[in-house]
Design a protein around this ligand. Structure first.
Ligand SMILES: Nc1ncnc2c1ncn2[C@@H]1O[C@H](COP(=O)(O)OP(=O)(O)OP(=O)(O)O)[C@@H](O)[C@H]1O
Ligand SMILES: [Mg+2]
Length: 359
């Protein structure tokens, strides 16, 4: 590709991006950045970031942090003040562009854009609002359901062949409703968690083994674990549910013959999540589940973590909503990117001692 083509891509990027010197001056900015700062690239060139974002801004401190750590830093959901504009919630990414460590790429992404990218953080309120109603409904459905299923069994005892089939159908369908009610109840489980150190590789192995003898029997699994990964903090059974749900979706999306699911873990020290009161929380544990399936339809990608969003004829649409709820309770974050042939769910979690310290 020619330089001109790269320039076109740079300006077509839908989020504000800057090239910044390690000393803090802007050397390039794209069209979205011009829009964000309401100024031209010419005006930005050679000016310090602090001129536009204020000296103590999180944008400036994220760049300083990356320079200090000589590595990339990502901050989620931080408040960014831009000259003359109301404070906006943004995700801020910084990474080095060259081995000499003189230039960095800075992306300041208002979370309005991030929402389109499907991220669990933005879906918590939806999960909370249905929780209470779901609990009530599940409770109220159980009694009549037991009645229907009991009556069907009685009918089946004296029925002729034709009626017997109908009675069995009632039995099957009530069992299906029963399973749905179980899942909804699970979803609305509000018991507080008692966090413990959890070895995430043990959890992933359990989820993989369960899939290999169940819904993922047709899939070729591969793992790429970082053996030095520290423990996370939380509830191993709940985390098992998270990875079972993600793996089940992946297994359901891949081809019967060429289906592949890769489970990868790594340590990424540059990932931070903004908390209330100017605090940040590190989320260095990174677990990715990548499949080579059909991908998530673009029309639902921004809603997949919402409850009851499903493209499957017998799906409840609660799987990823539960994932989002459990990961949030663990102080983590889950993100998804999807193309045809490559869908990746990335779960980010804190490490054990750190979560104790923050709590
Ligand atoms: N790995 C994936 N590849 C393709 N589509 C996916 C993937 N993961 C999730 N989806 C899409 O997201 C939707 C929501 O997933 P979710 O797990 O919440 O519900 P579901 O799988 O439809 O129902 P259930 O989990 O109750 O079986 C799915 O219906 C599917 O369209
Ligand atoms: Mg599912």
């Amino acid at each position: 590709m020619t330089i001109k083509a790269y320039e076109k891509i740079w300006d077509a990027l839908p989020f504000p991006a800057f090239v910044v010197a390690s000393t803090g001056e802007i050397s390039h900015a794209n069209a979205a950045a011009e829009q964000l700062l309401s100024t031209s690239q010419k005006q930005m060139e050679n000016r310090p970031l602090a001129y536009f974002f204020q000296e103590n801004s999180i944008v400036v401190s994220t760049v300083k942090q990356a320079v200090k750590d000589t590595g990339s830093v990502t901050q989620y959901n931080v408040d960014v003040a831009i000259m003359g504009k109301p404070v906006t919630s943004c995700n801020v990414y910084v990474s080095f562009l060259n081995a000499a460590l003189t230039d960095l790429l800075l992306v300041v992404q208002p979370t309005g854009v991030a929402q389109k990218m499907s991220q669990s953080l933005t879906n918590l309120s939806a999960a909370r609002s249905v929780t209470a109603m779901a609990a009530m409904l599940a409770h109220e459905i159980r009694n009549p359901l037991a009645g229907i299923s009991g009556a069907a069994q009685l009918l089946a005892m004296n029925a002729n062949k034709e009626d017997m089939e109908l009675a069995e159908m009632i039995g099957q369908e009530t069992r299906r409703i029963g399973q749905l009610v179980d899942r909804v109840e699970h979803f609305s489980d509000q018991r507080p968690m008692d966090p413990r150190p959890v070895n995430i590789h043990d959890v992933l192995d359990r989820a993989k083994r369960a899939a290999q003898v169940g819904h993922g029997a047709h899939v070729n699994f591969s793992v790429d674990y970082d053996p030095s990964l520290p423990e996370t903090s939380g509830d191993a059974d709940q985390l098992l549910q998270v990875f079972q749900n993600i793996i089940k979706n992946a297994a359901e999306a891949v081809d019967e013959k060429r289906g592949e699911i890769k489970i990868r873990t790594s340590y990424n020290s540059g990932i931070k999540l903004a908390m209330q009161g100017n605090k940040t929380k590190n989320l260095p544990l990174q677990i990715e589940i990548i499949d080579n399936g059909r991908g998530i339809p673009e029309s639902i990608i921004s809603e997949i973590f919402d409850p009851f969003v499903s493209t499957k004829s017998n799906g409840t649409g609660l799987g990823l909503s539960l994932v989002s709820k459990i990961i949030a309770a663990h102080g983590g974050l889950v993100e998804c990117t999807s193309l045809q042939g490559r869908t990746s769910f990335c779960v980010r979690l804190p490490i054990w001692y750190e979560s104790k310290r923050v709590a």
